[in-house]
Design a protein around this ligand. Sequence first.
Ligand code: NAP
Length: 287
Amino acid sequence: VTRPQTTQLLEGKKSAAAIREEAAAMVQELRAAGTVPGLALVLATADESAAWYTRAIARAGEKVGIDVRVERLADDASAAVVRSALQRLSADDTVHGIILQTPLPPGVDGVEVATAIAPEKDVDGANPVSIGRLTAGLPAFAPATAAAVMRILDDHGVELTGRRTVVVGRSLVVGKPAAMLLLERDATVTICHSRTRDLAARTSEAEVLVAAVGRPRMLGAEHIGAGAVVIDVGTTPDEDGNLVGDVDAEAVTGHAGALTPVPGGVGPVTTALLLLNTVTAAARAAG
Ligand code: NAP
């Protein structure tokens, strides 16, 4: 067992900048050929962090030349209202990407309403058809957070073939698609969740560990094998509004081989990929 002296910080900044540059270059070409990539952000909540995240995507999108519009629905919008907004945007030729923000009003099932997003505009892989296609090995947009996990691993040259990987969390937006994408790359994948017995025993076997739970600092040194590559997807705001990851970074530094920071790891790459997916969708629509 090796005990590295230093834990490499897997920052997302460089990857995110490269993705945004790629998107901006594609936008220039598309605009020159008469297509303006359009992104619609659908918001049906008064939740502050959702509003903050929506503004962040909108600003980043405008910077790369995407025409961003925010569709603000009522906080108590019904499933029918959300669906009809998604259908209208799906039929709108000026919109190439659609993102449905969470949380949704009480009683609105996110997976059910996301079936109203046209798969070719489903840039955050929210429509279950997208997950189904991915699982079948067919082209589709992956949920951007799961795709961001893969992008960070790839940009840092982390080998996946045949390696023991553990994903903690099985949500449809992060854990499941991340596990599927890792499997697609020939990793040996274990998925853990709230009913997993002896979590530390499972996670400490991982050579590559993806934490997507949403419980601040729940994973400490006892959960992580010496030298493991750890991707921390968790982003829980603390009482001051600062984002805290699922991994206790202080406890695992000098033990883990590599770790993504929170903030500054998966988050910025996710946002950048949403933009690139939108531009890719626009390029496909333009033929
Ligand atoms: P979620 O829907 O609440 O899912 C959490 C998962 O964690 C569930 O599968 C749950 O298991 C599992 N879990 C809960 N407690 C556990 C425990 N004690 N031990 C093991 N597993 C446990 O959350 P999510 O939407 O996947 O998001 C996860 C985190 O990622 C959150 O912090 C979220 O804010 C963050 N996130 C970040 C980004 C980004 O771009 N950085 C994007 C999306 C989400 P069960 O299925 O058994 O309940």
